[in-house]
Write a protein that binds this ligand. Structure first.
Ligand code: GDP
Ligand code: ZN
Length: 313
């Protein structure tokens, strides 16, 4: 390898300021060169798993290099990092967000799905809602709510990492896509990923050891390419998914079922709260949109407004 010969690679993971990048010349451990990527970005992390970057290998230290530039992202899945007070890109260039939920322990949380779906819509990703632990009994109300996500056009699939039910279908569905897995702690995300690819060996169950120690390194996502050819980005278990970077007037259009009603209210006029004649609120009152999802919308709107995190500026 000659000095300065540039390589292109995909970021697998970043820990503090060190990134593992997969290239044709193997995986290189890289730092960001100078301030090239820092200017103009207020993000929590300038580079995320799935990013495509240019690298200058360091001939003096084999296996290492410097990241010199970042390619434009096709998609992003971002959330608000409360501790870092900044937008955090969990995954770049993924095709699909897999929202892992469970029938119980922890209980089914439709509002979490609403939020993830909005973040995925905003970042250009397809959504799959995956109900894990289907070996355990699921309440009728929860199943109805899950059906409602189907009604509004999301794909819903049930599986059990414990019994293996639904895992083959999932593996087939993921083929050829890069999928980012997101879920609340304990839903069985690691178990599902291990069931998809036993070689991954992700740790199951000991949540406190993995994520709750406040260490910087544990808040990061990682891209895995499995021997079976699946590309998955695993993210840390998330307790509450806060949204970031969505303009207030765009938010209703990130809630898929609201869009036709929101369009009637007039763009940039109505935020669909208590405005006179608001078509979205009326639809919620008449049950044409799910009232609980309307509540999700109002909460996210209030959060975005209060924190001022609705614009990237
Ligand atoms: P994560 O925090 O989402 O990564 O969840 P884990 O994969 O660590 O699993 C949390 C707990 O749920 C563990 O005790 C698992 O054994 C259990 N679990 C995971 N998948 C299933 C499943 O399909 N059925 C049942 N009954 N338990 C599961
Ligand atoms: Zn309105």
């Amino acid at each position: 390898m000659t000095d300065g010969q540039a390589l292109t690679g995909r970021v697998l993971r970043g820990i503090n300021t060190i990134y593992d990048v997969a290239t044709d010349a193997g995986t290189l451990r890289c730092l960001i060169k100078g301030k090239v990527l820092k200017t103009g970005s207020r993000d929590y992390n300038p580079i995320a798993p799935g990013d495509v970057v240019s690298i200058e290998p360091d001939p003096a230290t084999p296996g290492t290099g410097k990241i010199t530039s970042l390619a434009a992202r096709r998609t992003t899945l971002a959330r608000w990092n409360r501790k870092g007070k900044a937008s955090q890109v969990l995954a770049a260039n993924a095709d699909l967000a897999v929202c892992v939920t469970s029938t119980r322990s922890p209980p089914f949380r439709p509002r979490f799905i609403d939020r993830l779906a909005a973040a995925a819509e905003d970042g250009g990703l397809e959504v799959l809602i995956l109900l894990n632990k289907c070996d355990l009994e699921c309440g009728e109300d929860d199943l109805d709510r899950l059906d409602d996500f189907r009604r509004i056009g999301y794909r819903v699939h049930r599986c059990s990492a414990a019994t293996g039910s639904g895992i083959h279908w999932l593996a087939r569905f993921l083929k050829g896509k890069t999928a980012v897995f997101v879920g609340q702690s304990g839903v069985g995300k690691s178990s599902v990923l291990n069931a998809l690819s036993p070689g991954l060996g992700l740790r199951v169950g000991d949540l406190s050891a993995r994520y709750d120690r406040g260490s910087h390194t544990t808040t990061n996502a990682a891209l895995f390419v499995t021997p079976g050819g699946l590309e998955v980005i695993d993210t840390p278990g998330i307790r509450e998914l806060l949204l970031a970077g969505i303009e207030l007037h765009d938010l209703a259009f990130r809630f898929r079922e609201f869009a036709p009603f929101a369009a009637k209210c007039g763009v940039a006029v109505c935020l669909h709260e208590d405005e006179d004649g608001c078509a979205v609120r009326e639809a919620a009152e008449k049950g044409k949109v799910h009232p609980d999802r309307y509540e999700s919308y109002l909460r996210v709107l209030a959060e975005l407004r209060e924190s001022g995190r609705f614009s990237h500026g």
